[in-house]
Write a protein that binds this ligand. Structure first.
Ligand code: ATP
Length: 341
């Protein structure tokens, strides 16, 4: 029998609940400090208690996973807490494509893949002296928006960067990435590509709520002007969104272009869940500033199924359950190699 394993954080509850619903064994790699929390959920069959998630790389942990014939589901915590080399060295089969996670973490590779997929992107700004329009300044990797800031020109950039360094939020030698700010309605588009069916599914849309940039809108302008705090984009939670139906065709095209581009650039391609993240402007034109090449936490909104999946499946289907269904189907037909790396 196949088991599903993941790290205890991010979207692990949804992933393991989905696996249980599909009749698979569930294993959680759980930090000691979270043991009490995760023991509350009866659908988790086994906890592997660790001091740090990096122990998933250790022989002991890998042997338990191997004995259980486990498939590891990567999510944002794995990407945030481990280097690409560490992720690539995991011996347990990883659902989807572990090689593409490097393309998610490295800003230059990310841009290359997004261009290959013909996704409209905000222009990068190569150095602070070239800031002419409003920009957003980001840190490397999946920092979840923490320590990101906006700047209108070089002087503004320098003063905010210095302030964040003095507050210990970013470090002095950190390479920051500058990109034009795209204004509009945030939309995080989640898809699932099945290599077994060779089909792309559109799962749903969510919006992220980020602090304390969103809190700014609740403060009158005169108070905003008096504050010298640098607002951050630290993600706090997500809420659902549905799109105008007329936008759906383009959404599928973007998803398909991404899948095709990933196949060309990083074998075996973009298998499993992924998310294209961006904004719609006043002309309903989408600009994408980011992708995630694995399940995103925004899918937690739809643990009971998403509006778009209710059109495709005549049953409640979360992303966690969809992943488990793919693994179960692959295991039954001897095709686990096709859906893991
Ligand atoms: P994660 O890996 O957790 O998705 P990240 O650290 O890679 O996050 P981004 O998703 O690129 O960071 O950015 C974090 C947030 O900053 C976004 O959710 C969005 O609100 C805002 N943002 C990023 N880029 C832009 C942009 N070019 N224009 C407008 N807002 C942006």
């Amino acid at each position: 029998m196949t088991a599903i394993a993941t790290l205890g954080s991010h979207c692990s509850l949804q992933v393991l609940k989905g696996a249980k619903d599909e009749g698979l064994k569930t294993i959680l790699v759980c930090e000691k400090k979270r043991e009490k929390l995760y023991k509350r959920f009866p659908f988790i069959d086994e906890l592997i208690i660790v001091d740090s998630f990096k122990e998933v790389l250790d022989q002991k942990c890998q042997s338990i996973l191997e004995e259980n014939n486990a498939v590891l589901i990567p999510h944002g915590t794995l990407v945030a807490q481990m280097s690409s080399e560490e992720i690539e060295s995991i011996k347990t089969p990883v659902f989807g494509n572990k090689w593409i996670l490097r393309w998610e973490s490295d800003r230059e590779m990310k841009e290359k893949l997004m261009r290959e997929a013909k996704l409209p992107m905000p222009e990068p700004v190569t150095e602070p002296s070239k800031i002419e329009k409003l920009v957003i300044v980001k840190r490397q990797g999946a920092a979840g928006g923490k320590g990101y800031f906006m700047a209108a020109n070089e002087e503004d950039y320098n003063s905010k960067r210095n302030q964040l360094i003095s507050e210990g939020i970013i470090s002095k030698d950190e390479t920051l990435y500058i990109q034009e700010y795209a204004a509009g309605v945030l939309a995080y588009l989640t898809f699932f590509y099945s290599p077994l069916r060779e089909e792309l599914e559109f799962f749903g849309v969510d919006q992220r709520h980020e602090s304390d940039i969103e809190g700014l809108g609740r403060i009158p302008a005169d108070q905003q002007l008096k504050s010298n705090k640098v607002p951050s984009f630290n993600v706090i939670g997500n809420s659902p969104l549905v799109l105008r139906e007329s936008l759906l065709d383009e959404v599928y095209t973007m998803g398909e272009n991404f899948v095709e581009a990933a196949k060309r650039v990083v074998a075996p391609g973009m298998n499993g869940p992924f998310c294209i993240e961006g904004v719609y402007d006043e002309n309903a034109k989408f600009t994408s500033f980011e992708f995630s090449a694995r399940i995103v936490a925004g899918s937690n909104i739809y643990m009971d199924g998403s509006p778009y999946y209710s059109l495709l499946f005549n049953e409640t289907m979360s992303m966690g359950k969809r992943i488990a269904r793919e693994i179960k189907t692959a295991a039954e037909s001897g095709q686990i190699d096709k859906i893991t790396t």
